[in-house]
Design a protein around this ligand. Structure first.
Ligand code: ZN
Length: 233
């Protein structure tokens, strides 16, 4: 059986309520990773997701490359997003139980990696439960001990843009690639996944309800969706 936890980055967006409604209809619980900036821009949409019981994690305030910042600048990015997230939970009247974090672009900060991991740990960010992931590279890149939430499969649907070679069809090919360059094959004998998708209105314009098309396909292929779990001390 193939199982997966779905994560959706760059929350919030105009299409967020439609994504939430679709996931609720399918009974799929996910983690949204938010930038503070996008939540400020699409505030009501963000409230809608939190009120619907979706977990929203921190994806920095303005989505920079962390390896180009000083540690202090990284902490400020994380802190500024925290303040925005605390506010949406408060305004939604929902208790904020879990605080997962994902680096923009998966950029863990280069030479400052260890300092930032220590910061995340000290600040009480929650590590997503990944103890069921057995890919050798997961350990090799110390993803098993890092606090932030990495992924095992990236749809890369955000690359579907006017003039780009990436199309809905190439995402389909990627989903069926048995030897991907990065991450693990989506479908296998007993593959477990953390999937990465994005809440982008630009993709919605080119491929309406793209999230539904991809997730429906996964469901058709027999993938079971895991509810978010966390390793708490
Ligand atoms: Zn992102």
């Amino acid at each position: 059986m193939n199982t997966a936890l779905l994560t959706i980055d760059d929350f919030s967006s105009g299409n967020t309520p439609a994504i939430v409604d679709y996931l609720k209809e399918k009974g799929i619980k996910i983690i949204f990773f938010a930038t503070g900036k996008n939540v400020e821009e699409f505030y009501e949409e963000a409230i809608y997701a939190v009120k619907s019981g979706m977990i929203v994690g921190n994806h920095s305030y303005s989505h920079p490359h962390f390896s180009s910042l000083t540690p202090e600048e990284c902490f400020a990015e994380i802190e500024k997003c925290e303040q925005v997230l605390d506010k949406i939970y408060k305004d939604s009247g929902v208790e904020r139980k879990y605080r997962p974090f994902r680096f923009p672009y998966g950029d863990k900060g280069g030479e400052n990696k260890d300092i930032i991991q220590k910061y995340l740990k000290d600040k009480g960010f929650h590590k997503v439960d990944d103890r069921h992931l057995t890919y050798p590279w997961w350990k090799e890149f110390s993803l098993d001990t890092d606090i932030d939430t990495f992924w095992t499969f990236d749809f890369a649907e955000y690359l579907i843009r006017p003039g780009s070679d990436v199309t809905k069809e190439s995402v389909w090919e990627k989903m069926n690639d048995q030897n991907p360059q990065a991450g693990a094959a989506l479908f296998g004998e007993n593959n477990r996944h953390i999937l990465l998708l994005h809440a982008h209105d630009e993709t919605e314009e080119l491929v309406p309800e793209y999230y539904k098309q991809f997730v429906d396909y996964l469901l058709e292929k027999g993938i079971t969706f895991d509810a978010p779990g966390f390793i708490t001390d």
